[in-house]
Ligand binder design. Sequence first.
Ligand SMILES: Nc1nc2c(c(=O)[nH]1)N[C@H]1C(S)=C(S)[C@@H](COP(=O)(O)OP(=O)(O)OC[C@H]3O[C@@H](n4cnc5c(=O)[nH]c(N)nc54)[C@H](O)[C@@H]3O)O[C@H]1N2
Ligand SMILES: Nc1nc2c(c(=O)[nH]1)N[C@H]1C(S)=C(S)[C@@H](COP(=O)(O)OP(=O)(O)OC[C@H]3O[C@@H](n4cnc5c(=O)[nH]c(N)nc54)[C@H](O)[C@@H]3O)O[C@H]1N2
Ligand SMILES: [Mo]
Length: 768
Amino acid sequence: MGRKPPIRDIDESALQVGEAQDHAAGVKAVAVSMKRAYEQMGVTRTALTLPLVNQRAGFDCPGCAWPESEGRRRPAEFCENGVKAVAEEATTRKVTREFFARHSVSELAERTDYWLGQQGRLTEPMVLRPGADHYTPISWEEAFRLIADELNALDSPDQAVFYTSGRTSNEAAFAYQLFVRSFGTNNLPDCSNMCHESSGAALTETIGIGKGSVSLEDIHRADLIVVLGQNPGTNHPRMLSALAEAKQRGAQIISVNPLPEAGLLRFKDPQTVRGVAGRGAELTDVFCQIRLGGDLAFFKAIGARLLDAEDAAPGTVLDREFIERHTHDFEAYRAQARALDEAEIAEATGLPSELLDDVARRFARAERIVLCWAMGLTQHKHSVPTIREAVNVMLLRGMIGKPGAGLCPVRGHSNVQGDRTMGIYEKMPDSFLDALDKEFGITTPREHGYDTVESIRAMSRGDARVFIGMGGNFARATPDTEVTEAALRSCSLTVQVSTKLNRSHVATGRTALILPTLGRTEVDEQASGKQFVTVEDSMSVVHRSRGRLRPASKALLSEVSIVCRLARATLGPDHPVPWEKFEADYDTIRDSIARVVPGCEDYNAKVRRPNGFVLPHPPRDAREFPTDTGKANFTVNPLWYPKVPQGRLLLQTLRSHDQYNTTIYGLSDRYRGIENGRRVVMVNADDLAELGLRDGQRVDLVSEWTDSSGTTTERRADDFRIVAYPTARGCAAAYYPETNPLVPLDSVADVSNTPTSKSVVVRLEPRR
Ligand SMILES: Nc1nc2c(c(=O)[nH]1)N[C@H]1C(S)=C(S)[C@@H](COP(=O)(O)OP(=O)(O)OC[C@H]3O[C@@H](n4cnc5c(=O)[nH]c(N)nc54)[C@H](O)[C@@H]3O)O[C@H]1N2
Ligand SMILES: Nc1nc2c(c(=O)[nH]1)N[C@H]1C(S)=C(S)[C@@H](COP(=O)(O)OP(=O)(O)OC[C@H]3O[C@@H](n4cnc5c(=O)[nH]c(N)nc54)[C@H](O)[C@@H]3O)O[C@H]1N2
Ligand SMILES: [Mo]
């Protein structure tokens, strides 16, 4: 097997468009994943690695945050895209100092994210000195000294920002936020700001906690599961097994999506005989092909119909007892809920009212409803009110805090939820900060820090001058690529703690550092011996993860080591936090977590249980709602949906089947029939006809954005091939991150400040 990285970059002229599929997984998925594993890791390492994914003795899959089953685990508790995620990290390809001597930064800046990522694992610390065009090696010690000097020379700690992606372990995250707050700032933006922030904001306000209220068992026991704005066949493939199980027990599934996503329609479980040989299971009972941003109207329509049905047959639809005992402001909700203009609902959703009637009847009849959602609900201007309306509908029927029912925001990165629990948040409550101060005898700042969008603005203004990224790819994951890269370039220092090469290593400050780190799959050995770390999944289950592979290079440090050494270099040897002990033995970090983080008492013992432990969740556990009213809050949200001017389309930016966020695994979006290229824009054939465009034509995408002062600006992403695709009318879809230059920095969700990656007004300009 050749394990050489591809020498050639993407050649978009090789793009092929074939038939989209109507089902996900099946044997093809197994074949594809094995091929990728062999290419990246070779046969022996593949045989060693894959059996350890998501097993109790092994490591947490870095793919997604979907939980593992509690009881019997299948021998292969992974999926095609989990294998790709593991192969990408456990690859035997390497980026060495010779690589950086060969390739200048300006040359690397011409490469795609795909080519950069495919070069392999980073192996030693590298520095880009002011004015230089090549990274050169630097010792760890000198690297920490350089960062510490730069940080300590700032006029204020608030001139530095400390980003976190969602793979960072609980131990590293806890130590990192402790370092940042000891240094003196709450500037802790994270990938969650671009991801489920809208869910967290809406849920905290309405039910008192920003996390989902279901367990895996609840999904299995639900009798109605509604999946909105999510493509689990690609992004959470193990969720399909849970849906299939619920289905077998008689559950119905409603999918709400502008795209007919393969996995949601039909699923062939490669781990069952039927999945290999048979036609697989029909998953979706009702498909609502909604317009982008139509979900607020959707929930309003369902809510109004439930109230009508209750009036027609009192005592049969609403959960009166729940509403009276556990909720606040029902009357205010009811008073406005039925003043709906059905024509407007039809315009917003694109759905016929008979279909909404049918869906409402299913909502009215079901005894145990679970709502699942992801980025299709969170990345719009009106995402927070949309999720509040989803909560309203669930409250009407008393669907929180009972078995088989609840709210399920499906998280992205494998430990993004845990990082928040550990304090990676620019607005952590004072109670948490007080506990930190008490534990360590320090004084942490109380003023809120910058989130992701605010960090970019602060760098642009010159108010932030040092950027440190704990994982992730800030330059590519954020909106408005040109603006963001200019912001990073205006810094005096940018530092990336990374496993693989990415765009953020070439969009740099005056000085730049690459600090290579261990991945999940690798052995982490410290002074007290081999360490494990802990993570939290989408359903608040906390458990251990232990890597078994030999690290990609001897020079790698763990994220915990990097944080602890940087803290000592910056804060001096007399700082009250025992950084050296923390690094030597992660149990000591966990002892502090136990005393600081609510719900983590006795942490070291609880994480050593075979299945770990579940964090408390008052609404789920006891129908207690820690909101400002002490009850679950109904809310009143004006009907809003994106209005698109004549001749324009509403563009969503989404993931192909062959990428992990900004990491491009390969060029096969198999379920959508798109192969060997990525610069495509999917448009409904009727819209194409109306716009005078055709399938196969090449166009530039131009986004049009009118800000609050009424000024319109344009942004461009050039040369995309049109693909006629059965998406909802008026909507278009193209891949992220190629389309990030089109998303304006100031176009954000109300309340959560999340970039509106799923609603960008664009026009398609034919290329000459
Ligand atoms: N293999 C793989 N797994 C991943 C990731 C990955 O990149 N690759 N990323 C991880 C991360 S960080 C995350 S956050 C998750 C992302 O998981 P998803 O949210 O599934 O990811 P997207 O590709 O953004 O898909 C958005 C889906 O929502 C639909 N949608 C878009 N707008 C709307 C809308 O207005 N209304 C409705 N009802 N639907 C809409 C789209 O058609 C699409 O099906 O996956 C995680 N898992
Ligand atoms: N237009 C548009 N933009 C989006 C989205 C969208 O749907 N559309 N989605 C948003 C969402 S949901 C998210 S979560 C963000 C993702 O934003 P990020 O989390 O910032 O991006 P990733 O692409 O996941 O980061 C990949 C990099 O992480 C590093 N890495 C991988 N594993 C490890 C590890 O174990 N440790 C360390 N230190 N580094 C590691 C590698 O160097 C790799 O290059 O993007 C957001 N941006
Ligand atoms: Mo995400």
